[in-house]
Design a protein around this ligand. Structure first.
Ligand code: NAP
Length: 493
């Protein structure tokens, strides 16, 4: 990308210093936009990898792929890095690209309001800080607002209750009687990590999930130098292998049936108790929920001190936790591995456009959140987001996807800057046509098969996932050049 001759005068607010916020900083610098602030609500960078520090937290995507293309590592400590190594990597990137002075930590952005007179966005933080910006990149993530189930008596639980994404630092689990609620990816990691140390563990399973093995491997050490040609080729192969293995999550496709067989085989090999096998076997197609990838989850469930309760948690009474089937257990530690408010995009920031309309209202009227390629919304000039509606790709590393989104957004902002535009905004008809096509492509996917997943609104509209390959998604982002007048509308003084 080119830096325009006059030097940039544009001032950009980036909300969030997680994977995409950091990538946004690196890419803005690359195009010569130096005037930007990255607002981070936490005391340090890392986003989801700062917050998810529960025992066993790791990534189930190969680290060679779950890392930036502009900052590779010759060798990771293990094939699937654990949370501390990923957080260390993100800090390394922040320092390597000199981003730290641009990051305003402990700054919780509460609102983002467009001022039609200055043609700027007013960012307001919880601590009272306010500042105007010419453009905004919201990098708040999709899995950042914990979903705490509405369970009677939970507030008055007498032991320690915590959501996985709010794990108390220094919590010692040794000898505790624990309950874990949920069987998603977070639960599947925390259960094997704490089971050997706790006195007992009851796992409350509302609906089982499909599980695949994770062929993890510890390496001799971490080599932080950039990847060489061999490692780059391996990264490329990892990417292509995943794309070819998954494709579209089409109901009843040969690929989907093969994945199902793989998951059934794994369950039958890992769990030799037929009664427990029955309890753990989902009755919906593979992929309806995001599959868990963990080789240690099933073995942990076979431990003598672990009991799977095939029922939802419905009540808490003092130190007793109560399941829908009547099972009642007395515990000291209650772990809520209950996921996130994924469908409520940007719900932590109030976004108000030039006409005074809130983005949340706009989305409510549309029957759920929607965006053009997951990054832009009509009516909001120079406002972009990463990991927006329908951009969660089931097939690949989200780092790949977020990098492509950031490249698209920064290219658009640089274009607006270079052409001295006061605003660049996706056209309503381009947005509408895109979303019509998108929703029609989703109708034959396994996500609509009727399981409990976090992909859809209460009315059943899938708002989180991208139905095609990530290659197709990246291609569309690249093709949607900001100068194309049937996609983006330009505003001048
Ligand atoms: P999740 O997949 O949304 O799972 C939440 C779990 O809580 C579900 O099993 C749900 O049951 C259960 N639940 C909710 N209320 C319950 C109740 N009252 N009683 C019993 N169970 C209840 O959340 P997650 O495991 O935190 O994962 C969320 C996402 O984070 C993942 O899909 C993934 O994208 C990301 N993640 C990634 C990794 C990684 O390694 N890359 C690791 C962790 C998380 P139902 O299924 O019945 O709704």
């Amino acid at each position: 990308m080119l830096v325009h001759a006059g030097g940039s005068t544009m001032r950009i607010a980036v909300i969030g210093a997680g994977i995409s916020g950091i990538a946004a900083g690196v890419n803005l610098q690359k195009v010569g936009i130096e005037e930007f602030t990255i607002f981070e609500k936490n005391p340090d960078v890392g986003g989801t990898w700062f917050l998810n520090s529960y025992p066993g937290a790791a990534c189930d995507v190969d680290s060679r792929l779950y890392s930036y293309s502009f900052h590779t590592r010759k060798q990771w400590g293990r094939r699937y890095a654990e949370q501390p190594e990923i957080l260390d990597y993100l800090n390394e990137v922040v320092d390597r690209f000199g981003l730290r002075p641009k990051i305003r930590t402990s700054s919780d952005v509460r609102s983002c309001v467009y001022d039609p007179s200055s043609k700027q966005w007013r960012i307001a933080c919880e601590d009272g800080f306010e500042q105007n910006f010419d453009g905004v990149i919201a990098c708040v993530g999709m899995l950042n607002d914990p979903l705490i189930p509405n369970i009677p008596g939970l507030d008055a639980f007498t032991g320690v209750a915590t959501h996985t994404a709010r794990w108390p630092k220094d919590l010692d689990v040794h000898g505790l009687r624990a309950a874990v609620v949920g069987t998603g990816s977070s639960a599947a990691q925390i259960v094997p990590a704490i089971a050997p140390h706790v006195h007992s563990l009851h796992l409350f399973q509302r609906q089982p999930g499909w599980v695949l093995p994770k062929p993890d491997k510890v390496h001799a050490g971490t080599v932080k130098r950039p990847a060489g040609p061999l490692q780059k080729a391996e990264r490329c192969w990892q990417y292509l292998r995943r794309e070819l293995a998954h494709g579209k999550y089409e109901m009843g496709s040969r690929r989907n049936v093969r994945q199902l067989r793989h998951a059934v085989d794994f369950l039958e090999r890992a769990v030799d108790d037929p009664a427990l096998q029955e309890v753990l076997k989902p009755s919906y197609p593979f992929g309806c929920k995001r599959a868990v990838r963990d080789s240690n989850f099933y073995p942990a469930l076979l431990r003598d001190n672990v009991t799977t309760v095939p029922s939802a948690l419905v009540g808490v009474d003092g130190s007793r936790v109560i399941a829908a089937d009547g099972t009642t257990v007395e515990v000291d530690l209650l772990v809520l591995a209950t996921g996130f408010r994924a469908q409520e995009f940007l719900n932590t920031v109030e976004v108000e456009g030039p006409d005074g309309r809130l983005l949340s209202h706009q989305w409510a009227e549309a029957g759920g959140p929607e965006a053009f390629l997951g990054v832009a919304v009509p009516g909001l000039p120079n406002f972009f987001m990463t990991y927006g509606p329908n951009s969660n790709t089931a097939t690949t590393s989200m780092v790949f996807v977020l990098e492509r989104q950031v490249e698209h957004i920064v290219r658009a902002l640089a274009y607006a800057d270079r052409n001295r535009l006061t605003g660049l905004m996706v056209r309503p008809d381009a947005h509408r046509r895109f979303n019509q096509w998108l929703q029609s492509s989703i109708s034959d996917t396994v996500w609509t098969a009727g399981c409990n997943n976090y992909f859809s609104t209460q009315d059943g509209k899938i708002v989180t996932n991208w139905p095609h390959t990530s290659i197709a998604y990246a291609g569309l982002l690249k093709a949607a050049h900001p100068g194309l007048p049937w996609i983006y509308e330009e505003f001048r003084m």
